[in-house]
Design a protein around this ligand. Sequence first.
Ligand code: GLU
Length: 510
Amino acid sequence: MKTDKIRVRFAPSPTGPLHIGGVRTALYNFLFARQHGGTMILRIEDTDQSRFVPGAEQYITESLRWCGLDFDESPEKGGPHAPYRQSERSDIYRTYIRQLIDAGHAYYAFDTETELEELRSQAKAGGKTFQYDQHTRKSLRNSTALPAEEVESYLASGAPYVIRVRIPENEPVTVHDLIRGEVTVNTQNLDDKVLFKSDGLPTYHLANVVDDYLMQITHVIRGEEWLPSAPLHVLLYRFFGWESIMPQFAHLPLILKPDGNGKLSKRDGDRLGFPVFPTAWKDPVSGELFSGYRESGYLPEAVINILAHLGWNPGMGTEQEFFTMEELISLFSLERVGKHGSKFDPEKARWFNHQYLQRLGDEELSQYLKPWFDQYGLDPDPGYIIRVTGMVRERSSLIPDLWANSWYFFMRPEQYDPQVYQKIWQPGTAALLQDILAETERLEEFTAETFHTLVQEYTSRTGVKMGQVMNPLRLLTVGSSQGPGMMDLAAILGKEEFTARIRAGLQKLA
Ligand code: GLU
């Protein structure tokens, strides 16, 4: 069943939103497939009904689409190996588990959860861990230990059972990993994992191996957390007689917390102030909200670059930090994926996004302000929006920064920062601003230059300091002490709006 064409799959379980580690796995699969003119498959591994979360599959599909990753075969698109949702393939797995049982590689186990729990706590009390394996299986309630008639009667009675793999004794199993090299374990240390559950559905291990075989997957590129399962998978390929054509493995290193202490977890982001999910997610059960890159104002191009660099490096002597998807497709290689975990650097992530925002033209960037215009019912002149964008872009790293730095170009302040007011407002300030206001109204041509001259002449005539004029003017126009140069700000607002804000402010603060 082997074809020469590269076929890879991204195989998430819909147990919640997709962590950026998962997005990175999808990205590396995608780059690998596209580089080789291969096929990229989305397979939903949803055989664990107890962990199924409604909306998660849709989240996965949509968030990957936002990132610019698409699939050739998927539950949505279909394809020659449909269905691509494992819960719809249970008949297939039943056939294969039968094969394993018939060949003696799998067995029925009738132990109840209570019995197993008891064994676990007994072992724990003696400072040990209970494992269902070649050392213990003979003393447990399963078809390797019980007489055939008893097994028959159990099965006939409809008693619940699971099917476990029968791990052979004392054999070395080697996983050839494209990133890690050879990893060898002895089967003595492996447990008899459940392959088929009492609910009639397979576990991850069986479904994953059967599907990778049937879907003719050539490379399994997945997270390091699956490396411990790989020897079992190799054994399953061996039992089925598929070992010579099994996929090649590549286990990607972990993405670590910013301080390097352990894996970046789903709660780290909001705890430390950055997203760990591509798009925002609301947990359907707890209602808990998790922030996403999209909603936080990152561009997908930036996210892709952040993830591309978390594990892969473009190679010695490459100074380039920004890559288009096309460039990544042509440069990516599994040989350049490191073995060690990469620390997630939230500052660097922001920096990437800042750089990507700066690459957009003023007009394109200005489009990102639209949601706020809608929210406040504003309809500014497009030329004006573009000019404002040009003035604030340098100070903006995330899209909401654009609005935070520019809203006062579009709306009058309603409040005046009390701390700034305290600091700069003096007994003579109102009178002084009245003078400036009157002179400004008489100005025929209102530009940054003419207004500058006006203020300069006023200060030298009266002996008032420049700051005594500028600071309160800024407070009245912006509501705080932020914003670009006062003259530019006045000029871009225009005489009418500028003077209106001073009048309104004087009235409010009087
Ligand atoms: N369903 C597994 C997951 O959720 C897939 C692991 C694999 O790619 O084999 O990550």
